[in-house]
Structure formats: structure tokens, C-alpha cells
Design a protein around this ligand. Structure first.
Ligand code: SDX
Length: 393
């Protein structure tokens, strides 16, 4: 008798929520967005088209696509006062710290799209978030390197606009490399939505309280930052760089298998996938193509390939069904494009914002929706009387 008090909570756990947006079969390694396989979307679609699909349930025709592109591009600029907001951060602030702060503050700048009971305001808030995340992320990068912010250029593609705001400078024209633009757009597609992962569940829980959409997305950004979740892409590349040479792989694999060592192979394993993450497959192929096309030979890619080979032939990883996930190869491509590792999770947040708002919108349109209230199994003390301080041993 440990004095632990347990009681019948009188409830059984129920499924988290119903959704029509994304389907995952973790055993088969299947990922569908509104029924379309992620592999086909990554190869044939564009991020803006996938954003339309996630939000509206169908792929757009040409008129719908052009209309959506206009609705998004007209919101790409941010309030000039927001630039002042950035100047309050230290230059070495992590971009995710800036993204949490700036996105959470958007409701202070866009009051006319915070009434969650007004469908039109909800729609404008969603368009603003999709449109402004590239600008906000690019500004976070520019601020960290001490370069001036660039305004959006809406004649460019969604991803091309982001590349120019990030890597362009006022002193000279910025030429977009189509291979880089295509690779980054593919990365955005692969990160757009993923059913009820930790950060999406955070956005839904925040939204269920009636919080404004900007605050809900800021909550999602905060949750995504964790190294067990979206922060893994930054941690995975740092791990691969630390391994350095294929000869050191056994040492790291041994550490990952050691229960007494908190080290985990970053970019490996998944709460749902017990097979190869289909996104990792696409990213693994893209990594080779991008580095070859850019003429970059990064030994980290060889290390990643060898680590995958060794792990996938190791009984521990086979038995526990641990495979590379979306974060294993993405950082190699992002680094080849020129992003510092500190920006990797901010890019994940940029792309996942589309999934978050599609899921938030789906919940807000559910008239039966109630505030989320996870229950608990109480395992603490049973009822007992207060003991005055003078009588305590
Ligand atoms: C993302 O949910 C989503 O959909 C998330 C995401 C999305 O798109 O939103 O897919 C994005 O977050 C991908 C995951 C990124 N995180 C990492 O790569 C960090 C490294 N991975 C681990 O921390 C881990 O795999 C988790 C957190 C992702 C999952 O951990 P779980 O729930 O413990 O995994 P599990 O139950 O399948 O683990 C089974 C066993 C456990 O050991 P035992 O308790 O059985 O002894 O395998 C071990 C785990 O400890 N294990 C690992 C491991 N991952 C799990 N051992 C070594 N290295 C690893 N990477």
C-alpha cells in the first residue's frame, strides 16, 4: 500500500477527433491528403495548390487556382510596425523564438480577422497566415544576419517570393534557381499536414477554447519547436555532422540502443509510422538530385545513407520498427540551399501553418465542437486532513 489513491474516472478514452483532411496508415507507410497520395502531390503539385486542397477538399481548377493565388498574395506584406517588433529581439534570438512572438502578436495588428464566429473573418485570417508566414520567416532570418528586410514581390511564385525575401539583398537583383525553388516547394508540400500530430493537436486544443487564430498558430509553433517533433530536422543534421565519418556510425547506433543513454537517432522513429515514412523516401531522392544539380558534394549525405543502411539492418531498429522520418534528409537539402540549421524548424512551421489552419477551420466549422478537456487517471494521495506546521515532524 503506497498510499496511492486510484479511482475509476468513469470514462474510457475516445478517439481524438474526426477529420477528412489527412489519412495515415503507419504500418503501410501511406499518407493521403484529401485522398491524394503524398508522393503524387510532391511530384506533380505545388505548395499553393496543396494548400488549396487541404483547405477546400478538392484540387482547384485554373480559375479557382488563380483566384486563390490572388487572395493569398494580397496579404504577403506585414504591418510596418511589425518590423519594429523584430528590433526588440537580440540578433542571436532563435528564429523559432521570433516566430512564436511575432505570430502570437498578429492579433494585435489584424483585429478585423480575429472574430472566430464570423466565417469571413476566419477565411481572411487563414489567408493572412498562409501569406505572411514566408514574410515573417524571411524577416527572422534577415534580422539574424543583420541584413535589411525585403518586401514581398508578388510577381514571383509563393516559394520563389520566400527565397528572394530570404536570400536577396536590395543592392542587386536576385536570380531564383529553379532547382532550388522546386526542391523547397516540394519540402513545403511534404511538411504541409500530418493528421493529429502534437502541434496540430495543440492548435486544435487552443482553438477549442475560442482563442483567435493567430494565437492558436503561435501555440502550434511553440509545440513544433521541440526536438522530438519539428525541432528534429535541426537536430538530425547536427547529429549527422557530429558523426562526421561513416566509421563513427556504430558508436552512435550503440548509444541510441542504450536505454540508459537519452540519445536518440534524430530523424528516426515515429509515433505512427512503423514503416518507412513516405515523406522521407521522397526527400531522400530529392537530396541526391538537389546536391548533384547544385554541384555540391556534402559528406553528410553519405553518412546519412550509411546510417540508414546500418540502422535498418540492426535487430534493435527492426524489432522496434524504427525507420527514417521526414526530418532525416530534409536538413541536408535545406543546408545545400543555404539555410542555417536554426532556420530549419521555422521552415517546417511555415509549411505546417497550412495544415494547422485547415485543421483549425475544420474544427471551427463543426457546430458540435466543445472545448477540449483531456481527463486524467489520478494516482496521488487519497483525502487526508491538514496538519498544522507545529505538529509536522
Ligand atoms: C515529427 O506525429 C507526427 O506526425 C510528427 C511529424 C509530423 O509531420 O508532424 O511526423 C513530425 O515529429 C517526426 C518525428 C521527429 N522526431 C525525431 O526524429 C526525434 C527522434 N525520434 C524519437 O524521439 C521518437 O522516435 C519519437 C519521439 C518520434 C517517437 O517516440 P516513441 O513514441 O517512443 O516511439 P516508439 O513508441 O515507436 O518507440 C519504440 C521504442 C522505444 O523504446 P522502448 O520503450 O520500446 O524500449 O523505440 C525507441 C523508444 O525509446 N525509439 C528510439 C528512437 N525512436 C524510438 N530509439 C533510438 N532512436 C530513436 N530515434
Amino acid at each position: 500500500n503506497t498510499g496511492r489513491f486510484t479511482f475509476d474516472p468513469g470514462f474510457t478514452s475516445t478517439a481524438a477527433c474526426e477529420s477528412k483532411i489527412t489519412y495515415i496508415d503507419g504500418d503501410q507507410g501511406v499518407l493521403l491528403h484529401r485522398g491524394y497520395p503524398i508522393e503524387q502531390l510532391a511530384e506533380q503539385s505545388s505548395f499553393l495548390e496543396v494548400a488549396y486542397l487541404l483547405l477546400n477538399g478538392e484540387l482547384p481548377n485554373q480559375k479557382e487556382h488563380d483566384e486563390f493565388r490572388y487572395l493569398i498574395t494580397r496579404h504577403t506584406m506585414v504591418h510596418e510596425q511589425l518590423a519594429t517588433f523584430y528590433r526588440g529581439f537580440r540578433r542571436d534570438a532563435h528564429p523559432m523564438a521570433i516566430m512564436c512572438g511575432v505570430v502570437g502578436a498578429l492579433s494585435a495588428f489584424y483585429h478585423d480577422s480575429t472574430d472566430i464566429h464570423d466565417p469571413q473573418q476566419r477565411t481572411i485570417a487563414c489567408h493572412r497566415l498562409i501569406a505572411k508566414m514566408p514574410t515573417i520567416a524571411a524577416m527572422a532570418y534577415k534580422y539574424s544576419v543583420g541584413q535589411p528586410f525585403l518586401y514581398p514581390d508578388n510577381s514571383l511564385s509563393y516559394t520563389g517570393n520566400f527565397l528572394r525575401m530570404t536570400f536577396g539583398v536590395p543592392a542587386e537583383p536576385y536570380v531564383i534557381n529553379p532547382v532550388v525553388e522546386d526542391a523547397l516547394d516540394k519540402i513545403f508540400i511534404l511538411h504541409a499536414d500530418h493528421e493529429q500530430n502534437a502541434s496540430t493537436s495543440t492548435v486544435r486544443l487552443a482553438g477549442s477554447s475560442g482563442a483567435n487564430p493567430f494565437a492558436c498558430i503561435a501555440a502550434g509553433i511553440a509545440c513544433l519547436w521541440g526536438p522530438a517533433h519539428g525541432g528534429a530536422n535541426e537536430a538530425a543534421l547536427e547529429m549527422l555532422r557530429e558523426i562526421g565519418r561513416p566509421e563513427r556510425i556504430p558508436e552512435f547506433v550503440a548509444r541510441a540502443k542504450n536505454k540508459d543513454d537519452p540519445f536518440r537517432l534524430m530523424g528516426f522513429g515515429h509515433r505512427v509510422y512503423k514503416n518507412y515514412d513516405p515523406r522521407a523516401k521522397v526527400l531522400g531522392e530529392a537530396a541526391t538530385k538537389v546536391l548533384d544539380t547544385l554541384g555540391i558534394s556534402d559528406p553528410v549525405l553519405d553518412t546519412a545513407r550509411e546510417l540508414e543502411r546500418v540502422a535498418l539492418s540492426d535487430d534493435y531498429f527492426i524489432e522496434k520498427k524504427l525507420y527514417p522520418n521526414v526530418d532525416f534528409y530534409s536538413g541536408i537539402i535545406l543546408s545545400a540551399i543555404g539555410f542555417p540549421t536554426s532556420m530549419f524548424t521555422a521552415l517546417f512551421a511555415l509549411a505546417r501553418t497550412t495544415g494547422w489552419i485547415a485543421q483549425w477551420t475544420e474544427m471551427m466549422e463543426d457546430k458540435e465542437q466543445k472545448i477540449g478537456r483531456p481527463r486524467q487517471l489520478y494516482t496521488g494521495h487519497g483525502p487526508r486532513d491538514y496538519v498544522p506546521l507545529a505538529q509536522r515532524g
